[in-house]
Design a protein around this ligand. Sequence first.
Ligand SMILES: Cc1ncc(COP(=O)(O)O)c(C=O)c1O
Length: 422
Amino acid sequence: MSLDASQLASIAENPYKDDFPLLAKHPEICFLDSAATSQRPAAVLDAQRRFYEEMNANPLRGLYGLSVEATQAIEGARDHIARFIGAVDDEGRPQGSEVIFTRNASESLNLVAQTLGRSVLHEGDEVVVSIMEHHSNIIPWQQVCAQTGTRLVYLRLDDDFRITQEELEAKVGPRAKIVSVTQVSNVLGVRNDIPAISARAHQMGAHMVVDGAQSVPHLKVDVRELGCDLLAFSAHKMGGPMGIGILWGKAALLDQMPPFLTGGEMIDSVSETDAVWAPVPQKFEAGTQDAAGSYAFDAGLGYLESKGFAALEARERLLSAYLTESLAALDFVDVIGPEDGCRHVGAVAFNVRGVHPHDVASILDGSGVCIRAGHHCAQPLLSYLDVAMGSTCRASVAFYNDKQDIDRLVDGLKTVWQVFNG
Ligand SMILES: Cc1ncc(COP(=O)(O)O)c(C=O)c1O
C-alpha cells in the first residue's frame, strides 16, 4: 500500500494532538511508543480529578449517597466497556456483569490461568499459545502447566508471519483444553485470525482466550465476532489510566471459575471455616477497587467515541502503513515483520544494521523521538526469529501521531546511521 497525495495530506493534518496535554505542552516530543503505553486525553485527566473532588468514597461499601455515586462510577464504566467490545444481549443491552476489573492485561491473564487453568487442566492435557505472545501470555501458562502436569504447545509462524490453518490443525488437537493467543503482536504488529483460531479451539472442545492488549486500542473489537470465551486488555494502552485492566468473559464460564484473589467485597458470607462467593463480577474483585480509574477509563472511551472510533481506526491504518513503508525504504534498516504496511496494526519492529537498538533509541531520544528498544517482553519470538542481539527497535503509532512524527523518526535514523558510518 503506497499512500496517495490525499492520504498523505490527511495524516499531515492533526486535529487530535491538542486534546493530549503532554503532547500539546511539549511539541519537542515525538511520541512513537504507544504500544507500551498511550498518552491520555484531557477528558481522562479531568475525570480522574472529578472523581476525587466530587464522588470520593469507598465504592460498594457505604449506604450513603457519596458511596452510591462511587459505586455507580464503577458500574457505569463496566456497562460502557461491555458496549465498547460488543458484549451485549440480543436486545443490545450491555452485559456489564461480564466485565471484571483487574490492574492490567497481565493480571487478567494470570487470573484466567490460575482459575480456569487450575480447574480444567489435568495431567496430559495441553495449553496452546503462539510463539508471538507477550511474556504476559506465556509465563502464567508456564506456571499453571507446571502446577497441573500439562504441556505448553506453541503455534509457529510461516515465512510470512502467519499462523496457518495447517499449523492450527496440527497443534490444536484433542488434548488442548485452553488456547490463548494475541489478536495483534506487540512486536510484529501483525493481526491474527482470531475467529479461525476460536473455531478450531471450540471444535476440539478447548476454551479460547484472547490477549487484546494491542488490538482493543486500535481495532473495533466485537467479542461475538471473535468467538472467544475470554478477552484481556489494559486501559493504559488506549488513553485510560494506568492500573486498570479488563477481563471480559462469557457469564456462564465466569460463574464456573473459582475466585483468584480473596478477601473483602468478593463474598456473600463468611463463617469461621468457610466463605460463600459473591456473584460475578464481584467474585473476582477482592478489596477496594480503583473507582477513579474506572471512571476515568469510562471518560476515555467516551472521548474515543466522540471522535468516531472508525475514523481513528482508519487514520491509524494510514499511519501504520506510512511508518512501515518509510522504514522499509531505508536501505540500512531491516524491518522485523512484514514490509507490507497494510499488515501492521500500530507497531513496527526494526533494526539499524550493525547498531545496537539501545544506541539507536538513545540517539533518537537526543532529538525528542521516543521509541522502544529491547526484547519487548517477547523473548521466545525473538529467539524463534533468530533476531541479532535478541533485541529490536520498535516504533508504534496512535491516532494522535502524524506524518511529521514519522518523518522525524526517519531523519533521526539517518543521523544514527551517520554517527556509526559517517
Ligand atoms: C500483547 C500484549 N499483551 C500483554 C501485555 C501486558 O500489558 P500490561 O503491561 O498492561 O499488563 C502487553 C504490554 O505491552 C502486550 O503488548
